[in-house]
Write a protein that binds this ligand. Sequence first.
Ligand SMILES: [Zn+2]
Length: 172
Amino acid sequence: MLERRRTVQVRYVPHGVELPKGWVNHGPISPHSNLYVEGDSMEIRNPVTDAVLFSHDELAARDGTVKLAEGFADALLMLRLTFGRPMRVNSCCRTPEHNADVGGGKRSFHLTEGNASDGTCAIDIHVPDDSYRSILVHRALSTDWTVGVYPTFVHLDRRKDFGWTPILFHGK
Ligand SMILES: [Zn+2]
């Protein structure tokens, strides 16, 4: 869905709201919002309040690359809104170099290229405490996210949208 650009800006605007000047409509991504891409940074915003929920720096690989798999931004926005709490990102997009550096899997869903989703559809969220972890894990599992539970973070990915069975796993 997103063009392969070094950086992009994504904005969700409810149907019927006028498009900001200079923005390009990339078509409906959900029944309630449209995706707009423009400029030199990317962020995912609350469609009602316009608050930034995921900043460019949180989503980008180390070199600034953001390439999200089709539908991932939308799924992430929906999860964030139904979860209703801040989500601090440990890791989202990884270029092949970045991924190799951190010891990621060869077909990791964090990869910006070379995986089944043709773009990043995974994100690691810092967990401050057990209650936060438990609510986030339940929320994600109930909407078909794959969930990896680690001591200090939760891995979430949308492999199901690309032909893989969603799973729950525990990591060290
Ligand atoms: Zn992960």
